[in-house]
Design a protein. Structure first.
Length: 602
C-alpha cells in the first residue's frame, strides 16, 4: 500500500494506484516497469539541449511485416501502423509474401506480427520469408531494432512457434530487440495492446513528430471495419434458418445456417469468415458442476472482467471447459489438494503430459484427480474465455444482402470412455432455433479472395464443408456476370445423402456459371476415391488451366486433405510440365506470390 506521507503522489492518485496495483500480475508489473523506464528515457532525450553523438536519434522509418492465415495478424498490423503514423513515423506495411527479402538489410526498424498455423508451421503468406530468414542468404542485421508479436493457441503443443522462431533468428542475425516478444493466446486483445504500447514507447512515443506520417504498402482497411461490432464486441444476430443438408441414411449432419446482419453495419466479401461465439454443451456443464460438488446458482467472478454470473451461466457461455492446456494444468496443480497433478508436470514426464492433454477436457481432469475442496471461484479464475470459432462464409453479399450463410458439420465421437461433442457444431445442431440470437463478427480474410479480374479462370478444391466459400465465390461471380471459367472439385462420403448444395451446383452448371465439376464420393466405390485422385485423373486439363493463368483455391482439412492436394498439384506439374520436384515447388511458390494459389485450411 502506498502512503501519502512518503510518496510524491496526490491523494486521488494514491487511491487509483492502490486499487490498481493489487490486481496486476507479475508479468504486468514487469511490463509496466519497462514501459515507464522507456518513457523516462525518451523524455530525457527529448528534453536535452542537443543529442549526444554516441546516442543517435531513433529512425522515424518503421517496417511492419505480418504473416496471417485467418487475418488476425493483418488486422493488428494495420492497427499498429495507424498508431505509428499518429506518432509521426514513416510506415511500410506489408504481408511477408509481398516483402522483398533482399531489402531486409535496409530496414531501419522491423516489427513482426505472425501467427502459428497447424502444428507449429508458418502461415501460408509467411513461408517464403521464413525460409529466406533461415537460409544462408539471410543478411547480418548489425543491431537493427526489432520486435515480434506472436499469435497462437495454448491448446496446441507448438504454441506461438513461428513467432518464437522469428524472434530467435533475428537475434542470431544481429538484431536488437526494441521490446520483448509477446506470445498471445486466442484471447489476444489485451496482450497485443500491451506489446503495441511497449513498442511505441521504445521507438520514442513521447518525442514530438518530426515529419508528416506516411504509409507505404498494402491493403486498404476492409469495409466491414466501419461497424461498431467486432471480435471484442460481437453483434447479436438473429438466426433466420437452420437446415440439415444431409439426406436420409447419412451418418453425418451438416447444418446450413442463414443469419441476419440487418442493422449491424457489418460488411463482408466472398472469402471472408464469420466469427461465432458458441455456448458449451449443458450436459457437460451439469456433469462438471456435479462432479465438483458445486451449486449451479453460486455467483462467480468472470476472469478479466468486473462481471459476476451464476456458475452455470459462466461455464456455459463465458469459460472454455473443453480443452486442456499445459498452462492450465500448471495453474490447476497449485489448487489441487493432492500431489498427483504436480507429479504429472515433473521433468521426464513431458510425453505423458502431452498424451493426457490430447482429447480430454475439464470433466476428465475433475474425475481423474482429487479436487474436493476447491471453490468454484478459484476454479473459474483459471479458465480462459471461450474462443470464437471461425467459419468460411457460404454466401455472396451481392446475392444475399443483409444476410450471411454458414455450413457447419456436427462433430460427435467417443474418446476416453465418453461421448464428446464439438462445442459450436453441437450448439448449431441442437440449440440454435430460428429466431434465437448468436454473437457474431466478420473476420476479413485478405488471403482468400477472388481475382480482381473476373475473366481469370478459377479452380476450387473443397471436400465436405470446405465447399462453403465456393458457394460464395460462384454466387458472387453470377451476380457480377463474370466471364472467367470455373472448375469445382468436390468430395464427401455418399452421392445420395452427402452431396451438399447439389441443386445449386447443378443449376450453375446448367447456366454456365460453373464450367465443370468433378466429384469424389469415397464410400460409393470399392476403393476410396478423394478429390486429389480426381485432380490426377484430369491432370492434362488442369495443367492447361494453370498455364492459362488460373487461380487455385483450397478449403478444408489442413492435416491431411490440404497436404494431399498440394502433393497432387506437384505431381501434375512434374508429369505434365516436365518439371523437377524443386521446380514444381517453385512454380507453386510463384503462384502464391501472385495470389494464384490461396488456401483456407483448418
Amino acid at each position: 500500500m502506498l502512503q501519502v506521507t512518503n510518496s510524491p503522489f496526490q491523494q486521488d492518485q494514491v487511491e487509483l494506484l492502490n486499487r490498481l496495483l493489487p490486481t496486476l500480475t507479475e508479468g504486468q508489473k514487469i511490463w509496466l516497469s519497462g514501459y515507464l523506464s522507456a518513457l523516462s528515457t525518451v523524455g530525457a532525450q527529448a528534453g536535452a539541449a542537443a543529442p549526444s553523438s554516441s546516442a543517435p536519434a531513433v529512425s522515424k522509418e518503421v517496417t511492419v511485416l505480418f504473416g496471417s492465415q485467418t487475418g488476425n495478424s493483418h488486422k493488428l498490423a494495420k492497427k499498429l501502423s495507424g498508431k505509428l503514423q499518429d506518432q509521426g513515423f514513416q510506415v511500410t506495411l506489408s504481408s511477408m509474401i509481398d516483402f522483398k527479402p533482399n531489402t531486409l538489410k535496409k530496414v531501419q526498424n522491423l516489427l513482426i506480427l505472425v501467427s502459428t498455423h497447424g502444428e507449429g508451421d508458418p502461415p501460408d503468406n509467411a513461408i517464403s520469408f521464413y525460409e529466406f530468414l533461415f537460409s544462408k542468404r539471410a543478411p547480418q542485421l548489425d543491431g537493427m531494432p526489432f520486435s515480434v508479436l506472436a499469435l497462437g493457441d495454448t491448446s496446441y503443443e507448438f504454441f506461438c512457434k513461428t513467432g518464437i522462431d522469428f524472434d530467435q533468428r533475428l537475434e542470431e542475425l544481429g538484431g536488437k530487440r526494441l521490446a520483448p516478444r509477446v506470445d498471445c493466446d486466442v484471447d489476444y486483445d489485451e496482450p497485443a495492446e500491451m506489446w503495441i504500447a511497449d513498442v511505441l514507447a521504445s521507438l520514442g512515443q513521447a518525442s514530438a513528430a518530426a515529419q508528416a506520417p506516411t504509409v507505404v504498402g498494402t491493403s486498404a482497411v476492409h469495409g466491414g471495419q466501419s461497424s461498431e461490432y467486432s471480435r471484442s464486441h460481437p453483434f447479436q444476430a438473429v438466426v433466420l434458418e437452420n437446415l440439415n443438408l444431409n439426406g436420409r441414411g447419412s451418418d453425418r449432419e451438416t447444418r446450413h445456417l442463414e443469419i441476419s446482419l440487418e442493422d449491424s453495419g457489418l460488411q463482408y466479401e466472398a472469402g471472408d469468415s464469420l466469427g461465432v461465439y458458441p455456448q458449451n454443451d449443458p450436459r457437460l456443464v451439469d456433469d462438471l458442476i456435479e462432479t465438483m460438488g458445486w451449486h449451479p446458482d453460486e455467483l462467480v467472478a468472470i476472469p478479466k472482467s468486473s462481471e459476476e454470473l451464476s456458475l452455470k451461466e459462466a461455464l456455459t457461455s463465458r469459460c472454455e471447459i473443453t480443452v486442456l492446456t499445459k498452462p492450465l494444468i500448471e495453474q490447476a496443480a497449485k489448487l489441487a489438494p493432492g500431489n498427483e497433478l504436480k507429479e504429472l508436470l515433473a521433468a521426464g514426464r513431458e510425453q505423458e503430459l502431452r498424451e493426457y492433454l490430447k482429447g480430454r477436457d475439464l470433466l476428465d481432469l475433475a474425475r481423474d484427480y482429487e479436487w474436493k475442496g476447491v471453490t468454484a471461484n478459484s476454479f473459474v479464475s483459471l479458465l480462459r474465455k471461450i474462443p470464437p470459432r471461425l467459419y468460411s462464409i457460404a454466401s455472396s453479399p451481392k446475392a444475399y444482402p443483409g444476410e450471411v450463410h454458414l455450413t457447419i458439420r456436427k462433430v460427435q465421437y467417443e474418446n476416453h470412455g465418453r461421448v464428446r461433442y464439438g462445442v459450436c457444431s453441437t450448439y448449431a445442431s441442437e440449440r440454435l432455433e430460428p429466431g434465437t440470437t448468436l454473437p457474431v463478427f466478420v473476420q476479413d480474410n485478405p488471403n482468400f479472395k477472388l481475382p480482381s479480374n473476373p475473366d481469370t479462370p478459377i479452380i476450387m478444391i473443397g471436400p465436405g464443408t470446405g465447399v462453403a466459400p465456393f458457394r460464395a465465390f460462384l454466387g458472387e461471380r453470377e451476380e457480377m456476370g463474370a466471364e472467367g471459367k470455373t472448375w469445382l472439385f468436390y468430395g464427401d462420403q455418399h452421392f445420395s445423402s452427402d452431396f451438399l448444395y447439389q441443386v445449386e451446383w447443378q443449376r450453375w452448371l446448367k447456366e454456365g456459371v460453373l464450367t465443370r465439376m468433378d466429384v469424389a464420393f469415397s464410400r460409393d466405390t470399392e476403393q476410396k476415391i478423394y478429390v486429389q485422385h480426381r485432380m490426377l485423373e484430369k491432370s492434362k486439363e488442369l495443367y492447361q488451366w494453370l498455364e492459362e493463368g488460373a487461380a487455385v483455391y483450397v478449403c478444408g482439412d489442413e492435416k491431411k486433405m490440404a497436404h494431399d492436394v498440394q502433393a497432387a498439384l506437384i505431381a501434375i506439374l512434374k508429369q505434365e510440365g516436365g518439371l523437377s520436384e524443386e521446380d514444381a515447388a517453385a512454380y507453386l511458390t510463384k503462384m502464391q506470390q501472385e495470389k494464384r494459389y490461396q488456401r483456407d485450411v483448418y
